[in-house]
Design a protein around this ligand. Structure first.
Ligand code: UD1
Ligand code: CA
Length: 457
């Protein structure tokens, strides 16, 4: 069976009240449509078509790297039937067509597989769900024997039909040739004057098709996003599911409802994560890593035994084993700590290699630097790496001690074992093993009086 997937994504999303097309709004920092495309890819379809409309350019741009997607524009949104019909001529070499929705992000692969399975002996299968409050949804109309007859939209339903609690999720799979034929026969004689995809059910039944039905494990899977309230609800649901999975893997989340994973987390044993931590992109945590409250960690590799204390922001960094970072540290892209390092409060590091055992404990900026082993960088040290036009490197040898409040004006080298006196501005290379300092001589003024405030009359 060769599967073609059609993802409907042409809707305006008026209720988002946003200039961004609805399917580009983000869940776990990925566009809604990205979730659907990823799920669809897992079914290994022969073709994937996205029907786009409103704000199409932005959608195309966001997915420009996805060469496999076939884009079909639906200029006017004349209904779900019309939308699928736009796509069918692009479906070549496909036997079955599965319809997905760009604004229903959490549909599971296993649910779609059971829908595909349900259709194995029929030319049409629907995904339905029973809702306590079915308001707004299309209802599944069955006959006395329980055989599916048709779908009636809420707006077109009689008061009797409105009592039906089995609703249409919109997800369906159909034989391609028959689908094309049914869509040709769908009209827009209904309250909304739209070409309803749902009308194919009645046509299929008239053609003698035994319409099959599958159901998801959880109705949240088939919930769409029409406004920010629904988006936030699905975000929380998704985050809790991820948190549960991580806890099952042994990660200690101090409060799963205050943890956000917007990407992929690979965690070792005995990892503990305090509240309000955000993990983004791809993050690896070794055994025994602890992350303090309110930290944001993006695309990092953090080795065994590392402690990230509270309120750190760490991005594109590698942190070697047994290091202690924070509180209030900022590690920017290209930071590499070899291991057993200490980085303290209000320290910013960018594009620098810091070798084993070196410490930068307070209020410093280290950029474009190569720092040796067992270096101690005093409070308030700044590498002046930028002259307003170009960036330069600072090289600090092993066992160097940099006194507090020093500026190292790059390009500059501090030789192994050197000591820099506090308050120095170092503009030329400092030799190894010596004390180097640049400092005005201290003097005191005898008999000097502090000015006093003049009294105005
Ligand atoms: C549709 C179903 C309804 C079902 C409900 C589930 C139809 C006629 N009705 O109703 O039975 O219970 O979904 O949520 O199918 N879209 C396009 N182009 C269009 C129209 C819609 O791409 O011309 C896309 C929308 O972006 C949206 C999806 O199709 O993602 C559903 O469209 P919408 O108008 O929201 O359908 P509903 O009225 O909710
Ligand atoms: Ca809808």
């Amino acid at each position: 069976m060769k599967l073609g997937v059609v993802i409907l994504a042409a809707g305006k999303g008026t209720r988002m009240r946003s200039s961004l097309p609805k399917v580009l709004h983000r869940l776990a920092n990925r566009p809604l449509l990205r979730h659907v495309v990823n799920t669809s890819n897992k079914l290994d379809p022969t073709q994937t078509i996205v029907v786009y409309g409103h704000g199409g350019e932005a959608v195309l741009q966001a997915f420009s790297s996805d060469e496999k997607i076939i884009w079909v524009e639906q200029v006017q949104q004349l209904g779900t039937g019309h939308a699928v019909d736009q796509a069918t001529s692009s479906l070549v070499d496909v036997d079955r067509v599965l319809v997905l929705y760009g604004d229903v992000p959490l549909i599971k692969v296993s649910t779609l597989s059971s829908l595909i399975q349900a259709a194995s002996e029929s030319d049409l299968a629907l995904l339905t769900v029973n809702l306590e409050n079915p308001t707004g949804y299309g209802r599944i109309v069955r006959d006395a024997e329980g055989v599916v007859q048709r779908i009636v939209e809420h707006k077109d339903a009689t008061s009797e039909e409105l009592e039906i609690t089995e609703i249409n999720t919109g997800f369906l799979i159909a034989d391609k040739k028959r689908l094309i034929d049914w869509l040709l026969r769908v009209d827009n004689n209904n309250v909304q004057n739209e070409y309803y995809l749902t009308d194919i059910v009645e046509l299929a039944v008239a053609d003698g098709v035994d319409v099959k039905v599958a159901q998801p494990d959880d109705s949240t899977e088939v919930m769409g996003v029409n406004n920010h309230t629904q988006l936030a609800f699905l975000e929380r649901y998704y985050q809790l599911k991820q948190a549960e999975l991580l806890m099952q893997q042994g990660v200690a989340l101090l409060d799963p409802s205050r943890f956000d994973l917007r990407g992929e987390l690979i965690a070792g044993q005995d990892v503990q994560i305090d509240i309000n931590v955000i993990i983004e992109g791809r993050v690896e945590l070794g055994d025994g890593v602890r992350i303090g409250a309110n930290s944001v960690i993006r695309n990092c590799s953090i080795a065994d035994g590392v402690q990230i204390l509270e309120n750190c922001v760490i991005e594109d960094a590698t942190i070697g084993a047994e290091s202690v970072i924070g509180p209030f540290s900022r590690l920017r892209p290209g930071t590499k700590l070899a291991g057993r390092n200490k980085v303290g409060n209000f320290v910013e590091i960018k594009k620098s290699d810091i070798n084993e055992g070196s410490k930068i404990n307070h209020l410093s900026y280290i950029g474009d630097s190569l720092v040796g082993k067992n270096v101690n960088i005093g409070a308030g040290t700044i590498t002046c790496n930028y002259d307003g036009a170009n960036k330069f490197q600072t090289v600090i040898g092993d066992n160097v001690f940099i006194g507090s409040d020093s500026q190292l004006v790059a390009p500059v080298k501090i030789g192994e074992g050197a000591t820099i006196g506090a308050g120095s501005t170092i503009t030329t290379d400092a030799p190894p093993e010596m004390l180097t300092l640049s400092r005005n001589k201290q003097f005191s003024v005898k008999g000097w009086k502090r000015p006093v405030k003049k009294i105005n009359n």
